[in-house]
Design a protein around this ligand. Structure first.
Ligand code: HEC
Ligand code: HEC
Length: 336
């Protein structure tokens, strides 16, 4: 047969049409990013439609009667049922067990996790529970409604405090959130929603949120200025406790630097003197009055080698360091 005649044949034309259609569909679904399995399933449907189209176009068969008609009918049913079941058996099926498994994902087992893994799991809990709808943290989410955890440095809070704040948010009202709306904004169901292990992971994650660079602040973002810890009378009072050795056992700045700033220990720095210079490597000679928040943290957290001024951060939490600084800064305040 000539090529021209071949193309004129209506069966051949239909087949070519089908091939072109299938090719277009593969191209479009591939471009749209469908998984290969979907593309295959789509094509199988298209092929089934093509067969159907061919069948309805076939010349009609003779009218059948009696037993013959019955046998033909039974064969047709058996064939199509067999085809349908066969194809269904080959294709991957929706398995309710697998889907339910997703819901019943093994709960976070903190006991089986450590350090970075617990933190990672905690990040998952934070996202899952949509905390970021109200709390900005690690530059994620918004803090239109709740405290901004980056600025507040939520990681400086004690674990017990964090736990209580999450499980029983009405117990205490943080600064700047005293209005009726804010006071009642945080949901009270987290105690039931979050398992004990998930809560542990969540807290491990929150605990990573603190900075060596900037003095923590409190208050509501966009609702007036935030208050630095060293300008907040409550935090200064708390800092006094730390400085005088009444909050963290064994940490007593006043024991050497003096409760009133008059050094008790020979050689201890006089924190009242704004012109006293740092001996920290890299910042030698920088006058105390010019220290940034980060400079203060550097001095107090790392101390001075071979002196009684210890690297306090090795033994005490960053919260203790910032609180001690809040009070220590007061001795030279206003002195030029
Ligand atoms: C619908 C908004 C909203 C959601 C969601 C929300 N919070 Fe809060 N959260 C607030 C508000 C408002 C406050 C301040 C008032 C208060 O303590 O109830 C707050 C306070 C807190 C505090 C106390 C901060 C401090 O220093 O006093 C913590 C901790 C906290 N939220 C953690 C979380 C965590 C973790 C989640 C997710 C499991 C979460 N929040 C979900 C609105 C929210
Ligand atoms: C055991 C005694 C002791 C304790 C406790 C102590 N210091 Fe000191 N600190 C010193 C001595 C001694 C120096 C000075 C060392 C020198 O100049 O060679 C010093 C130096 C410093 C300096 C100057 C660092 C620099 O950059 O040169 C600061 C600031 C300071 N202390 C703050 C604190 C604070 C805040 C605390 C409490 C968290 C504290 N110190 C606890 C003994 C102590």
């Amino acid at each position: 047969m000539q090529l021209g005649n071949l193309i004129k044949n209506r069966w051949v034309r239909k087949f070519i049409g089908y091939i072109i259609g299938a090719a277009i569909m593969i191209a479009v679904t591939y471009k749209a990013g469908f998984p290969p399995l979907f593309i295959l399933v789509f094509n199988m449907y298209a092929f089934a439609c093509f067969i159907f189209y061919i069948i309805i176009d076939l010349p009609p068969i003779k009218m059948l009667m009696g037993l013959r008609a019955f046998i033909y009918f039974a064969i047709l049913i058996a064939l199509s049922a067999g085809f349908y079941t066969g194809v269904a058996a080959i294709l991957p099926q929706f398995d309710p067990e697998v889907e339910m498994g997703e819901f019943r994902k093994p709960p976070v087992k903190l006991s089986a996790l450590s350090g970075p893994e617990a933190i990672k799991a905690g990040e998952g809990v934070f996202k899952m529970q949509k905390c970021s709808n109200c709390h900005k943290f690690k530059d994620m989410g918004t803090s239109m409604r709740g405290p901004n955890f980056d600025l507040w440095q939520i990681g400086l809070s004690d674990e017990e405090f964090l736990k209580k704040s999450i499980v029983d948010p009405r117990a205490e009202v943080p600064k700047g959130f005293e209005d009726e709306k804010s006071k009642t904004a945080m949901p009270t169901y987290f105690g039931e929603e979050i398992s004990e292990d998930e809560l542990g992971a969540l807290i491990a994650y929150l605990k990573t949120g603190w900075s060596k660079e900037a003095m923590p602040v409190t208050g509501k973002e966009d609702a007036g200025p935030m208050v630095r810890w060293d300008e907040d009378p409550d935090m200064i009072a708390l800092g006094k406790k730390v400085f005088e050795g009444n909050l963290y056992s064994g940490l007593n700045c006043g024991g050497c630097h003096g409760r009133d700033g008059v050094p008790l220990m020979e050689g201890a720095r006089d924190l009242r003197n704004p012109d006293s210079v740092s001996k920290r490597p890299g910042r030698e000679g920088k006058k105390l009055k010019d220290w940034t928040d980060a400079d203060w943290f550097d001095s107090v957290s790392k101390g001075l080698p071979e002196t009684a001024m210890m690297p306090w951060l090795e033994q005490y939490p960053p919260r203790a360091i910032w609180l001690a600084i809040v009070y220590a800064k007061g001795f030279s305040k206003g002195k030029k």
